[in-house]
Design a protein around this ligand. Structure first.
Ligand code: OSB
Ligand code: MG
Length: 369
């Protein structure tokens, strides 16, 4: 792919309002923006979605930078690649660190699509040109949750996802369900429960939730299978699915009926597409998860969600859900509950240089030639 250099930009931006889960609150977001330039001067953009602290997965912004500069980028310098898939395969020699791998792998996909003069969605085999949009309500105040839900419905979102935990589930969901009887709702527990809570989880069946996301621990695939047999609500796995192999095992064991695919969590677009293809062949619905991300990652999510198996509104919301001003132009917007897939080359959006410099906290350049 004739890479001439890679630039890493670490940025930091406040959220409009804190994103609260039982694991803590995120009120400021750091992220890594990756720019890969080839010898023809074409640039591909990626984004690292690890958080500042390891609350969601074990990775952080600092571990990602370490992996990128000391291992992943040197691998690309040593072994010239012809296709983004080659990078994905090269990176298998390094254990895990999926978000660091994805940060640069997706930049290579954008670069590859641009060098072929095609939109990324078309390069990966996308078939949809409108993406159904959902949004997450993450607060521990019921009044705030009702207010936010109302506002998001006014903005056109097609479904909401509510964060739950053992101290905030039945009565919380009951209030939302009473106020919005027909609204498609899902609940995300981020591993707040264990199998001992089985009766408390069964009680949630009465709300007719679209699904319950990751009720048990990230490594409780067997317990999720036991729980799924007891629930009528479909289980969706998020944290448990870090590789294609995890997806295959979860489906074979009956640990879930739905999978949330996040490009960062599974190590890149190639692995995300493999998981999609496997699920699609078996009639397992998938949807695209969110990471409170900036516009570059949002644009990659939109390309991924054009694949035919993405049949459920994902956590792909407008740039304005979290940001006063995003780092891309045009920003991602939601119209009547849908996002239009850009038909420009690659990810179809440009970097907002002014916003990048306003939010920049560190920068590094690695030259290949
Ligand atoms: O569990 O899906 C999750 C955000 C950060 C980390 C984990 C999760 C989330 C979300 C989606 O719930 C937020 C978004 O819309 O970006
Ligand atoms: Mg989740």
């Amino acid at each position: 792919m004739n890479i001439s250099n890679v630039e890493l930009f670490v940025i930091k931006m406040p959220l409009k309002s804190p994103f609260v889960t039982h694991l803590g609150a995120v009120s400021e977001r750091e992220g890594i923006i990756v720019k890969v330039t080839n010898q023809d001067g074409i640039a591909g953009w990626g984004e690292g979605v690890a958080f500042s602290t390891p609350w969601y997965t074990e990775e952080t912004v600092t571990t990602s930078l370490h992996m990128l500069t000391d291992f992943l980028i040197p691998l690309l310098q040593k072994h010239p690649i012809h296709h983004p898939e080659d990078a994905s395969k090269l990176f298998q020699s390094i254990r895990r660190n999926q978000m660091a791998k994805a940060a640069i792998e997706i930049a290579l996909w954008d670069l590859y699509a641009k060098s072929l003069h095609k939109p990324l969605s078309k390069i990966i085999g996308g078939t949809q040109d409108l993406i159904a949009s959902g949004v997450v309500v993450a607060t521990n105040s019921i009044d705030e949750a009702l207010k936010q839900t109302e506002q998001y419905l006014d903005e056109g979102y097609q479904r909401i996802k509510v964060k739950i935990n053992p101290l905030q589930d039945y009565s919380f969901l009951a209030e939302i369900r009473n106020r919005f009887p027909k609204l498609p709702i899902m609940a995300d527990a981020n591993s707040a429960y264990t199998l001992k809570d089985i009766n408390q989880l069964k009680a949630l069946d009465e709300f007719g939730l679209l699904m319950i996301e990751q009720p048990l621990a990230h490594d409780d695939m067997i317990d999720h299978a036991i729980l799924q047999k007891e629930l009528t609500t479909p289980i969706c796995l998020d944290e448990s699915i870090v590789t294609f192999e995890d997806a295959r095992k979860a489906i074979e064991l009956g640990s879930c009926k739905v999978i949330n695919i996040k490009i960062g969590r599974v190590g890149g677009l190639y692995e995300a597409k493999r998981i999609h293809d496997y699920c699609y062949e078996r009639g397992i619905p998938v949807w695209c998860g969110g990471m409170i991300e900036f516009g570059i990652s949002r644009a990659h999510n939109i390309a991924l969600a054009t694949l035919p198996g993405f049949t459920i509104p994902g956590d792909i919301s407008a740039s304005s859900r979290f940001w006063q001003e995003d780092i891309i132009t045009p920003e991602v917007s939601v119209t009547n509950g849908f996002i239009h897939v850009p038909d420009d080359l690659g990810i179809g959006v440009k970097l907002n240089q002014k916003r990048l410099s306003e939010t920049l906290i560190a920068k590094k350049e690695i030259k290949f030639i």
